[in-house]
Design a protein around this ligand. Structure first.
Ligand code: SAH
Length: 232
């Protein structure tokens, strides 16, 4: 479904919804596209019930119905695509439809911060050990990647963003530009461009994506830009 705004739902994804007999998805996401699924049978459930949701979708598909599984952003980026493919296990054909992921939606709102090599890291340690996440943040910081943080914070998980900042500060100057976008392309979008040293002063939650500049990233006229290296 892209980041949320229906203008960011691709025509291909829209077509898949139109052609579906049954739409399966996390309740919050289904609510965002409710007008598009008004005449469908809809199966929703809560957050963290991804396995049951995928099992249900596959079960309904095996029974002969055409099913659309809704994921936010791109379904193959921390989304439902992998799980559905694993659970379908070749028993029904699966068509993965690409979408606008939070990284590019947030980047567009900030300017052009992802013009060069970047690393996407989720700070959620629900399914990944924290030591692995630390190793990835450290490696990305050391290798000068622009760093995009998904799942930066949740109600139960407040400390990870501060730890990430501390690690990155070991490799990058305190004035490195940082962009925070909340609800990118989703109605009440808000964004802020700040710096690595004071980024924690700004509100961040699970609807936010944080982009930490590389050593080349700069802010010009209110836009965050990572030059690609063109001379002009
Ligand atoms: N499949 C999704 C990502 C799911 S992980 C995608 O491709 O975008 C969930 C995380 O994505 C959130 O914690 C947040 O960091 C980010 N995110 C999703 N939608 C967003 C939006 N509209 N604005 C800002 N960040 C968003």
């Amino acid at each position: 479904m892209g980041p949320g705004d229906k203008n960011c739902l691709t025509p291909e994804a829209m077509q898949a919804l139109e052609q579906a007999d049954v739409v399966v998805g996390y309740k919050t996401y289904i609510n965002l596209i409710l007008n598009l699924v008004a005449d469908k049978k809809v199966v929703t459930n809560g957050m963290r019930a991804e396995v049951q949701r995928a099992q249900k979708a596959v079960e309904v598909a095996i029974s002969g119905k055409r099913v659309a599984v809704v994921s936010s952003g791109d379904p193959g980026v921390y989304g439902m695509a992998g799980l559905v493919l694993e659970i379908a296990a070749g028993k029904v054909p699966v068509n993965v439809i690409p979408g606008v992921t939070a990284a590019t939606a947030a980047a567009a709102s900030l300017g052009a911060p992802l013009m060069h090599d970047f690393a996407v890291i989720s700070l959620s340690d629900l399914l990944t050990p924290w030591e692995t996440i630390v190793k990835r943040i450290m490696s990305a910081a050391m290798a000068d990647f622009i760093i995009v943080l998904y799942n930066p914070k949740s109600n139960n998980r407040q400390q990870q963003l501060a730890s990430a900042q501390e690690i990155i500060l070991q490799y990058r100057r305190p004035k490195t530009p940082v962009g925070i976008v909340r609800s990118a392309r989703r109605g009440e979008e808000s964004k802020i461009i700040t710096t690595l040293e004071v980024m924690l002063e700004h509100p961040v939650d699970m609807l936010s994506t944080v982009i930490i500049g590389s050593p080349q990233t700069k802010v010009e006229n209110g836009y965050m830009i990572t030059p690609r290296g063109y001379r002009f």
